[in-house]
Design a binder for this molecule. Structure first.
Ligand code: ADP
Ligand code: MG
Length: 490
């Protein structure tokens, strides 16, 4: 059992030794577009069933798909952000299958000639290390509709609102080696998508979901047979599902069995995966170029134009934060993870100590929001008010300790720190005379300790500082108290 504790992430201990996980992810990202990929119907989430369905989406005979330029632009933008090859010519194929929520009888997707080819991204791991994960390709495709099985005792209903909504499928190479790396990979992709605005990355609403391909092998061996876990919509589930799937595969192989390539579902109540269907091979889908659509072609200059609109991406931004604001790599990686975090930080740190701002934001603000269960965007403390608090600390108007009380007050009252400091009279006392008065009082009341201190018990200085601070109700400038005490006790 003890050995299990020493396993590295991504390792599974079996009876025959240690196994290694091999993982590849297919991420489906819904493009933040007002209309669908090939029709003008609204792509918004949450409208009444079947209220955003055009004749194209309903697959009425004779209807023709028309490509949405905005969606193509987002795919190119994403490709550029993933450091990937942009293919100026790509082809839409029909992927044929029958499903009740797919009225066309096929999905328009891209198969052999996707819009984006190979690329790579750097991911940040919890231990502060980084690693590079290859991107196999990114293609454009339509989403399917939704079957509703819980609305009627004997019938299933179909909602076609989602039919035809634009998705980007981002396929990784099998470069991922642990559930934690898979989580970090999804976080990084989500963060990039949010920076460039191509997808809102909202996993609860299903705008971003992942299929996880998992196999196991002994280190150095060839890749094993993979199983695909479909449609995971949270990073926590991705981590749990991969771990339990890898353990399931090790058990089977060690018992003398073979892994069947199949599609599995993750059961969130048991934390285990179960079989859904055997995996189709590409030839089962009878892919062929969609005769209703010409190959998608665009010029280098258009790609260049799009490149010019890319914002500063998390990796470069992180370097800039470390260099210009003097914060640690680790703090910077936390701040750039979400665009909302970094926007907040840049505004708060404007003109004040960047390092102190990062500390306060990551420790105090994040901590308080978590404790109160408040979403970051609803923070009662605004960037401007946090910056103001930092300035008060740096200028010595309040001590760090008092600042914590002020901060708690800001969380509740939404008041500005200066207002709170003024109302409660919390300004730090940095006046020699006022502090000397307190020191004299403490010294005269503790003559025996003064004797001990002068007799060599240096440690007692802390006691005196504590007493003076207490007398001042925490408001005395601690540095000054220290200095004046030392002088007085000579
Ligand atoms: P499919 O359409 O069959 O799902 P894709 O090419 O879209 O195929 O995706 C295959 C995914 O499986 C990729 O992310 C790839 O990295 C991953 N993969 C391929 N081989 C293995 C393997 N042996 N173990 C784990 N993942 C794998
Ligand atoms: Mg696939």
């Amino acid at each position: 059992m003890n050995d299990t504790l020493n396993l590295k992430p991504g390792q599974v201990k079996g009876d025959t030794g240690i196994w290694e996980m091999v993982i590849g992810l297919e991420i489906h990202a819904q493009i933040s577009s007002k209309s669908k990929l090939f029709s003008g119907a609204s792509a918004s989430f949450g409208s009444d069933a079947n209220s955003s369905v055009s004749l194209v989406d309903a697959a009425m005979p004779g209807m023709l798909p028309v490509i949405n330029k905005f969606c193509v632009e987002q795919a190119v933008k994403t490709g550029l952000a993933l450091n990937a090859q942009i293919n100026n010519t790509s082809v839409f194929d029909r992927k044929n299958y029958f499903y009740a929520d797919l009225p066309q009888g096929y999905q328009i997707s891209q198969f052999t000639k996707p819009i984006v080819g190979e690329g790579e991204i750097v991911i940040d791991l919890d231990d502060g290390n980084q690693t590079t994960i290859g991107i196999e390709r990114l293609h454009l495709e339509q989403d399917a509709g939704k079957s509703l099985h819980d609305q009627h005792p004997t019938k299933s209903f179909i909602d076609l609102n989602r039919t035809g909504v634009a998705l980007m499928e981002i396929v990784s190479k099998p470069d991922i080696r642990s559930p934690q790396e898979a989580g970090a990979y999804v976080k990084k992709i989500r963060s990039i998508l949010r920076y460039i605005g191509a997808c809102d990355g909202n996993m609860e609403e299903g705008s971003l979901r992942a299929d996880c391909n998992v196999s196991v092998r002994k280190q150095g061996d060839a890749f094993g047979t993979r199983c695909e876990i479909k449609n995971l919509n949270s990073i926590r589930f991705i981590i749990q599902a991969i771990q339990s799937e890898a353990e399931r595969q090790v058990d089977i192989i060690e018992a003398g069995g073979k892994i069947k390539q199949e599609t599995r579902l993750f059961d969130t109540s048991t934390g285990e995966t179960r079989s859904m269907r055997s995996k189709e091979d590409a030839h089962d889908y009878r892919y062929f170029p969609d005769p209703d659509l010409l190959p998608l072609e665009f010029s280098d200059s258009w790609v260049k134009e799009i490149k010019g609109t890319l914002p500063e991406l998390p990796d470069t931004l992180k370097k800039r934060l470390v260099n210009d604001y003097g914060i640690t790599d680790y703090d910077a990686s936390i701040l750039v993870e979400e665009k909302d975090f970094v926007d907040f930080y840049l505004e708060a740190a404007n003109g004040v100590d960047g390092k102190l701002t990062a500390n306060w934001m990551i420790t105090e603000l994040f901590g308080a929001l978590k404790k109160e269960n408040i979403m970051f965007l609803n923070s009662p403390v605004t960037p401007q008010k946090l910056g103001e608090l930092i300035a008060l600390i740096s200028k010595g108007v309040i001590s760090g300790k008092i600042a914590k009380d002020v901060f708690s007050d800001m969380m509740v009252t939404k008041k500005s720190p200066s207002e709170i400091v003024k109302e409660k009279g919390l300004e730090q006392v940095s006046d020699d005379k006022a502090i000397m008065k307190l020191i004299d009082k403490v010294i005269s009341e503790n003559q025996d300790k003064v004797k001990d201190y002068l007799g060599g018990k240096d440690k007692l200085l802390g006691f005196f500082v504590g007493q003076v601070m207490k007398l001042s109700q925490g408001k005395a400038n601690p540095g000054l108290v220290n200095k004046l005490l030392k002088e007085s006790l000579k």
